[in-house]
Design a protein around this ligand. Structure first.
Ligand SMILES: Nc1ncnc2c1ncn2[C@@H]1O[C@H](COP(=O)(O)OP(=O)(O)OP(=O)(O)O)[C@@H](O)[C@H]1O
Ligand SMILES: [Mg+2]
Length: 440
């Protein structure tokens, strides 16, 4: 007692007064420290409670199932989704070996996957069947190791999403995709029918000419045949030479003979024209698998423009400039379809233009066969330039255009190893098609 607090105290009185005062103040300080400490503890406890509540609400609202396992593979914690899916109460789930919760056949794979996650300290994903009251539910389970401060694996966290929902969502998505494809296919069919209609109107006009030509010539031939019959009948009846000369003049046989030749040639030309038109049609309707050939792009462009104009309500002058013969390599039927689309678009765009004109220019540029189709219509606003080649992009009223013309044309140009682009300009719209050159 005499060496209390490391000091020597000489008298009892001195000890009682100073030492007690110090003891009391030390007790005071300790008490104040204790109170302080308790307050801090309470604050931290409150924060911990808040954090726990927050974590619980996060876990509760996660729609994926979540399980925390001990190192031995027993369930330590589960979230609300898991309990809802398995229709279990939490006390029943906690403490069980995890393999008891899944299909018996998955047990070994699950144990092996958990061991792998713990040994490699990396997440492992497997598909397992979770036992639920409505039967096994497939789940894609991600197993992640739980590691303590010193890097030791203390357990695992299992998260998974029932694949049933995903598969259902996927099936619904696939169905809408199929519906969309079907709708697109229907539109493509409509577009094909519409362009077939335009084409047929053009073809009907085109055929009308040579057929009426053949028809008129056939009539003339009948008339000439009747005159020659008269003449030959008289020859057979033994008419005199003078009489025959007179008859020949009367029937104008010399002139009719020339006309006869003319009529035969005309009928043949008409028939050839019909044959060419049919040949063009055959090429146009052939599928993409046809052989590529060298063909005259100028001629194809001319025929394409002619066909569009035959079916058009308003006659728009089409000027063809540049090379009068430009051999390109590809499928002429398809290229004709591309040019028809371009010319048709130009004709449509020129609807409200006072002095409409379309100019097609053919040239050889940088080793390519090049065709531009330009019109003096309103042009394409800058904001739409990026969209005109998109399938189904159209500014035409419902029923008037499907918006497939340019996208199909673009695809055809690409299939040919060529290109179809919009060329910037001051006035109207200008499209440029390039193709590989053919042997000139
Ligand atoms: N020469 C042009 N001048 C102005 N706009 C054009 C021209 N060519 C195309 N366009 C614009 O591009 C859009 C898409 O053209 P596209 O040929 O792909 O479809 P469409 O002509 O509308 O329909 P479809 O060709 O299927 O009948 C047109 O609706 C139009 O707005
Ligand atoms: Mg079009």
């Amino acid at each position: 007692m005499a060496r209390m607090f490391g000091q020597d105290f000489d008298t009892t009185t001195e000890f009682s007064e100073t030492a007690w005062a110090e003891v009391l103040s030390a007790v005071d300080r300790t008490y104040a420290d204790l109170v302080d400490y308790q307050e801090r503890l309470e604050r931290q406890n409150a924060e911990l409670d808040e954090l726990r509540g927050f974590l619980a609400s996060v876990l509760g609202s996660v729609s994926d199932v979540l399980l925390v396992l001990s190192r031995q593979g027993r369930v330590q914690e589960v979230n609300a989704s898991f309990l809802a899916l398995t229709a279990q109460a939490k006390p029943a789930a906690v403490g069980q070996p995890v393999t008891a919760l899944f299909d018996r056949e998955d047990g070994d794979r699950l144990t092996a996957a958990i061991a792998k996650a713990l040994s490699t300290k990396a997440a492992v994903t497997i598909e397992v069947q979770l036992t639920t009251p409505t039967g096994p539910a497939p789940i894609e389970l991600s197993i992640s190791p739980l590691v303590d401060d010193r890097g030791r694996g203390t357990g695992t966290v299992l998260t998974g999403r029932p694949l049933g929902e995903l598969r259902q969502a996927y099936a619904a998505l696939a169905q809408s995709h199929r519906d969309l494809q079907e709708a697109q296919a229907q539109l493509v069919r409509n577009e094909k029918l519409a362009s077939l209609g335009r084409l047929l109107a053009g073809v009907a006009h085109e055929l009308n000419n040579p057929i009426s030509f053949v028809y008129a010539n056939a009539h003339a031939l009948e008339r000439y045949a009747a005159k020659f019959e008269t003449y030959f009948t008289r020859v057979q009846q033994g008419a005199t030479r003078d009489e025959l000369i007179r008859l020949r003049e009367e029937l104008k046989l010399d002139r009719e003979l020339r006309n006869l030749r003319e009529a035969v040639r005309g009928a043949r030309d008409g028939a050839e024209r019909v044959r060419d038109i049919v040949e063009d049609l055959r090429r146009l309707s052939s599928d993409g698998s046809g052989d590529r050939v060298d063909f005259d792009l100028t001629e194809t462009a001319r025929v394409a423009a002619q066909w569009v104009l035959r079916g058009a309500k308003r006659k728009v002058p089409v000027r063809i400039e540049g090379a009068t013969r430009l051999m390109a390599h590809g499928r002429p039927g398809h290229i004709q379809q591309v040019v028809m689309n371009l010319v048709q678009n130009a004709v449509d765009a020129l609807d409200g233009t006072a002095e409409p004109e379309i100019v097609m220019t053919l040239s050889e540029e940088a080793g390519l066969a090049c065709l531009t189709v330009r019109d003096n219509g309103p042009g394409i606003p800058a904001a739409l330039e990026a969209s005109v080649f998109d399938p189904f992009f159209t500014t035409k009223p419902v029923g008037a255009g499907t918006g497939l013309g340019l996208s199909i044309s673009h695809k055809i140009a690409q299939e040919h190893g060529g290109s179809l682009r919009l060329v910037p300009g001051d006035r109207g719209a200008c499209f440029r098609l390039t193709l590989a050159l053919g042997a000139q």
